[in-house]
Design a protein around this ligand. Structure first.
Ligand code: CA
Ligand code: CA
Length: 165
């Protein structure tokens, strides 16, 4: 008889613990810092699993389940209320970009400060890019190899037409 009562008490205790755990509100993670599948430092959603690219934060699209990536407290007065690791300040401090656009071989700052020293120390051009000083404002140190041998000058020194394999 005592055994049955003990088992019942244990079941009741377990039920109370379950209810208590389930009733806890989903709390925001203490740190929003996370690593995205592409190895960028990103923004952690309340589910503590989804890691957004910096450029998905305050982009007017709800990418976290509860829209916490678009919170007014963070998205007003951009970029000042964003966590610092989500942004990169360009050479001209009036301009900023999302940190995942740094070292992507595209001139997002407009002055290439996101692709060149001293503000950005980026790895050399990837395999499918050709290193040269581009004619096009869109690029900085490399051009896509698809622009090689296309009959158009894309590098200042014409290496895209005469050297690029
Ligand atoms: Ca978003
Ligand atoms: Ca860039």
């Amino acid at each position: 008889m005592i055994g049955v009562i003990l088992i019942l008490l244990m079941i009741i205790a377990a039920a109370i613990v379950c209810v208590a755990v389930l009733a806890l509100p989903a709390r925001a993670p203490e740190s929003r810092n996370c690593i995205t599948p592409d190895n960028f430092t990103g923004f952690l959603c309340d589910d503590r699993r989804t890691c957004l690219l910096p450029s998905q934060v305050c982009n007017s699209a709800m990418d976290c389940g509860n829209g916490e990536d678009e919170a007014t407290s963070m998205c007003s007065n951009l970029p000042n209320n964003l966590p610092g690791y989500l942004i990169f300040r360009c050479g001209n401090p009036q301009f900023w970009i999302y940190s995942n656009l740094k070292c992507n071989n595209i001139n997002n700052c407009g002055d290439c400060s996101d692709e060149t020293q001293p503000l950005a120390s980026c790895p050399p051009c990837p395999d499918n890019w050709w290193p040269c000083t581009p004619v096009l404002y869109q690029y900085c140190n490399c051009i896509p190899k698809s622009l090689c041998r296309n009959g158009v000058q894309d590098c200042v020194n014409w290496s895209d037409e005469y050297v690029c394999p």
